[in-house]
Write a protein that binds this ligand. Sequence first.
Ligand SMILES: Nc1ncnc2c1ncn2[C@@H]1O[C@H](COP(=O)(O)OP(=O)(O)OP(=O)(O)O)[C@@H](O)[C@H]1O
Ligand SMILES: [Mg+2]
Length: 272
Amino acid sequence: MPQARPLAGRRQEVAALREHLTPDSPYRAVVLLGDAGVGKSRLVTEIATLDEFLIFVGWCLPRSEGLPFLPVVDLLRGIQRYEPALSARSLAASPPYVAAELRRVLPELAEAPDDIGTPPHEPWMRTRLFDALAQFFANLVTPRPIVLALEDIHWADSTTLEFLDYLLSPGRGLPEKLLLTYRSGEAHRADVEDWLDRLRRLNDVRLMELAPLTDPKRPNRSRACSVTRSHPSWPTRSSIGQKATPSSPTSSSPPLGSSPPTAGPSRHCHPV
Ligand SMILES: Nc1ncnc2c1ncn2[C@@H]1O[C@H](COP(=O)(O)OP(=O)(O)OP(=O)(O)O)[C@@H](O)[C@H]1O
Ligand SMILES: [Mg+2]
């Protein structure tokens, strides 16, 4: 999908991301870190528009710690919606309990109300759900490498963080690469900050700190900042979780990588 503004700079970052997200890379996850408006989401969009990867995205929302698993559900919903054949092949290659677990988090897949199942309250049920989703991801087979992107992970609920820990645990061997964005200094929750510290210690997770873009003509003015309450291209909740690829059949969908709607004003800094 064409971007409203061409990408300014960031050639090194794009090259590094392309390298880290290829299946041969030693990294299992890349975390883009940086201040609000520095261009984390814009880079996710850029990677999607390269048409080199098949990217699915889920977004965390402010105060979404009370909405367990929201970004993962959005991401799964995007796979179902935009690549139903891919999803069906994965389920056919998986044991039957994988489809049953998927119906717990995507009740729209159930053919009858009895089929939905209850949310996994017990810890062992959560383990089974995580295991089923990992199998589902492992059996997604496409010619293009798949990237699973979760945006604004500084707002993630604890179940999402547990799931990411599970996927990144030793020996898990997920074929997809994870691409996470994290706004520096925004977590305000010790568990999220501890989680990021743990990630920093993993050799197979690459943290990329994004510095603000600088204008070579005006080195003291690296960017212009504005405070906006809404953005015309922000996706609606119904479009969240879309496949992030320019060849997506959803050409009318809002651009991938746009920020989700926020409850209050948010700060956006535009490179100048
Ligand atoms: N390299 C770039 N070239 C052109 N536009 C850019 C670039 N980086 C960012 N922008 C624009 O600046 C705005 C803010 O960028 P973006 O939403 O990617 O920031 P962010 O780091 O994801 O911020 P947040 O933490 O709020 O999610 C967007 O309108 C985006 O398109
Ligand atoms: Mg963003």
